[in-house]
Design a protein around this ligand. Structure first.
Ligand SMILES: [Zn+2]
Length: 308
């Protein structure tokens, strides 16, 4: 695709013929949800060519001396556009990339931050070793070879066992690693200065929660999360910012419905097909992507609870 631009220079119109630039020309649009806390809101959809894989929230936090990046998006191009958005807002440098968990829509933008140390849950390295190549192939199928080009193996330079504090200059971030919930490598980032919690995919809003870990474990983690003294949270999928802790209510209701529904089918001697057909049906109208994720959630939870 080409485009023609007219440019007036000293009274003379110059006609420039230019190849249309790829999406990487534009810094990502960001919302400042609290002073110095910037979020890019992904669309609520599965990765597809029309959304360029831009389906997860990501952001950065600016301290008095340096910047922390929290998730980098689903492709190297999204990572570059996030980096451009940082450069457009501050001359302070990113010194840490924090991955909230292993899922490809949150991590493949890391390729644009090859010079920056990466923090993640202590389980993240092994989780990625087992899955990263499959994720890369899937992205190639979903978005095409061009979008997947430049994906680099995601590193974890600073594994977090329980907690890590990062000082950005008069601004402390608290990174907390959790037991298995959405995945076995979920990590949150709490900005004490503004009471903002980057919850990663421990918090889904509008988008049906996806269980790739353990539903009962997730409900226990929600009980812990609820006590985080935040005033707002940034969900992994959903609006750029939501009120805390009220935003957890819908997710807890869905996961409770899921667990109770699967237990009911098991108690009645039903099989996995019965569970998929019945469980959490009354939640259908309350979420986006219900049909994409509920059958998988029921299947995973059936396997989890079968031997309970
Ligand atoms: Zn996820």
């Amino acid at each position: 695709m080409t485009a023609i631009f007219g440019l007036k220079v000293g009274g003379t119109m110059l006609w420039l013929l230019a190849a249309a630039l790829p999406a990487s020309a534009e810094p990502l649009p960001m919302t400042e949800v609290a002073p110095g806390v910037f979020v890019h809101q992904g669309v609520i959809a599965e990765p597809a060519p029309d959304n360029h894989g831009d389906t997860a929230n990501m952001g950065f936090i600016v301290g008095d001396s340096v910047v922390a990046v929290i998730d980098t998006g689903g492709t190297p191009d999204l990572g570059r556009r996030l980096r451009d958005a940082i450069t457009a807002r501050t001359d302070r440098k990113p010194v840490i990339v924090i991955n909230t968990h292993m899922h490809p829509d949150h991590i493949f933008g890391n390729a644009a931050f090859a010079d920056v140390p990466v923090a993640g849950h202590a389980n993240l390295r092994d989780a990625l070793a087992a899955r990263q190549e499959v994720y890369r192939q899937r992205l190639t199928e979903e978005l095409g070879a061009e979008a997947a080009a430049g994906i680099a193996p995601v590193r974890v330079d600073r594994p977090v066992g329980e907690e890590l504090r990062v000082d950005l200059g008069n601004r402390i971030l608290v990174l907390t690693a959790y037991p298995t919930a959405h995945t076995n490598n979920d990590l949150t980032v709490f900005d004490r200065k503004t009471g903002t919690l980057f919850a990663g995919d421990l918090l889904f809003v509008d988008h049906l929660p996806a269980v790739d870990g353990n539903a009962l474990g997730w409900l226990r983690v929600i009980d812990r999360l609820e006590r985080v003294p935040a005033v707002r949270a940034v969900p992994g999928h959903g609006p750029a910012s939501v009120a805390w802790p009220g935003a957890l209510d819908a997710e807890r209701r869905y996961l409770t419905t899921l667990v109770e529904g699967v237990r009911r089918v098991l108690k009645a001697g039903g099989g996995i097909q019965d569970a998929v057909a019945q469980v959490a049906e009354d939640e259908r109208g309350r979420w986006l992507l219900f049909d994409a994720y509920n059958p998988r959630n029921v299947t995973a939870t059936f396997a989890e609870l079968e031997w309970e």
